[in-house]
Design a protein around this ligand. Structure first.
Ligand code: PLZ
Length: 446
């Protein structure tokens, strides 16, 4: 496995974390940037690549976050850098809606080919995950002539008015930002670990409750779309109980409801499949992608059935920067990298290294209530021992210790009690092992 990164693939702590230079920059940040923009780990980055993030004090940290599932091909991945470098010298922007260019079309052709299903598809490009989800809902409403949108407990879809409304969690995403968009209905998520009657009955009962609520409270014929993450990301890496997604999809098909898969966090090899929907053979009507698509350049997409996508009138979709030529070149570099470095298999490999070690860790520490995830999208859920009561305090303490040892880890979950791991897929094995070692040590110290 080559990472082709210029950075030495070694953790190195030159100062405490954060070091003096980062602390100085943090003070400037606090004076210049509103407090609403949080900071998970206040080291200021100067370079990153492979499985390493280097900071302004010369510390090299192990990256288990990928900038929230974005730099799956690694930071400054060579094929991405090369293409962007060439493009930036040719032209930087024309607006695809004014005078188009080939790379945008190439990205769309690739998305049409790679996303689940062999039906005729169309794609278009926007700038962020939220923008993709928002556009998918616009298309579903336009194509069906219906208004209601169904979403799920623990779902996360963005921070714009509509996508914030689609998002489940109040703090920090929605608190005092209302009023919210109308015609959004939330249903129970098939969350196996927390399903009241146990994981075996979870899929069937959650689907039955959802369908009943749609029929009784909204009316299936009023529903434009169901929007769901095939594995919930911010909500805590919740894999819906097997059978839930197929049942919901079947109900959508039978009732003319557009099934929108939000693959923003799960897409592009992250889960050991190109798209997480493939795991249960789900073929969505519309797929939203972002994050891993362009190695960190802002790009997102909506891909879907040609008849739905083409239903919208000319000029009904767009945006100034959507599918910027630099971002398109980056996406082409990402897709080449995924193929050339076999990153789908690599994600599976990462899961096969992480899951057994985390399960063994859970055996030793009863504060770990659940270990879950697929590929390189793995999480542990922390509880008060002997119960399922969420334990955000210990979660924060483990994170603090990992950060101090130079391991970038993130939390997630409605209750803030999930530690999630999203290493770049090009992380070398020795860094993966070392990172897990730091995590294990943090648990044995508390
Ligand atoms: N859908 C499934 O995971 C973004 C949020 C970070 P944007 N998740 C990271 C934060 O706190 O703002 C996300 C997602 C899913 C949509 C989005 C939204 O994507 O690119 O952040 O708009």
């Amino acid at each position: 496995m080559t990472t082709h990164s210029r950075l030495p693939q070694e953790r190195h702590l030159a100062t405490e974390i954060p070091g003096p230079r980062s602390r100085e920059l943090l003070a400037r940040k606090q004076a210049a940037v509103p407090g609403g923009i949080g900071t998970t780990l206040p080291v200021f980055v100067t370079r990153a690549g492979g499985g390493i993030v280097q900071d302004a004090d010369g510390n090299s940290l192990i990256d288990f976050g990928s900038g929230i599932a974005v730099t799956s091909v690694g930071n400054a991945a060579p094929r991405v850098v090369e293409r962007v470098r060439r493009q930036v010298e040719e032209f930087t922007h024309t607006c695809f809606m004014v005078t188009p260019y080939e790379s945008y079309v190439q990205v769309c052709e690739k998305l049409n080919e790679l996303t689940p299903g062999d039906h005729e598809k169309r794609s278009f490009l926007v700038n962020s995950g939220a923008e993709a989800v928002e556009n998918a809902v616009k298309i579903a409403r336009h194509a069906t002539g219906r208004q209601a949108v169904v979403v799920f407990d623990h779902g996360y879809h963005g921070r714009t008015l509509l996508t914030m409304t689609l998002t489940a969690k109040n703090l920090p995403y929605k608190h005092r930002f209302g009023p919210f968009a109308p015609e959004v209905y939330r249903m129970p998520m098939a969350y196996p670990y927390r399903w009241p009657t146990g994981p075996e009955r979870c899929a069937e009962e959650a689907a039955a409750q959802t369908i009943d609520a749609i029929e009784k409270q909204i009316g299936a014929e009023n529903v434009a779309a169901v929007v769901i993450e095939p594995i919930q990301g911010e909500g805590g890496f919740i894999e819906p109980a097997r059978g839930f997604l197929p049942r919901i999809l079947e109900f959508c098909r039978a009732n003319g409801i557009v099934f929108i898969a939000d693959e923003v966090q799960t897409g592009f090899a992250r889960t050991g499949k190109m798209f997480a929907c493939e795991d249960e053979g789900i073929v969505p009507d519309l797929v939203c992608t972002a994050k891993g698509i362009a190695g960190g350049l802002p790009l997102a997409a909506v891909t879907g059935r040609a008849e739905l996508m083409d239903a919208v009138h000319v000029g009904g979709l767009g945006g100034t920067y959507g599918g910027n030529p630099l971002a398109c070149e980056a996406a082409l570099g990402v897709l080449e990298t995924i193929e050339a470095e076999r990153l789908v298999e690599r994600a599976e490999h990462i899961g096969s290294v992480m899951l057994p070690r985390l399960r063994a860790l859970a055996e030793r520490h009863d504060v770990i209530g659940d270990v879950r995830g697929r590929g390189a999208m793995i999480a542990i859920e922390l509880v008060e021992p002997g119960t399922k009561k969420p334990n955000p305090a210990v979660t924060a303490e483990v994170v603090r210790r990992c950060h101090a040892q130079g391991l970038v880890v993130l939390t997630a979950g409605t209750y803030g009690n999930v530690l999630r791991f999203l290493p770049p897929l090009v992380i070398p094995d020795h860094l993966l092992e070392e990172g897990l070692g730091i995590l294990e040590k943090a648990f044995s110290e508390i």
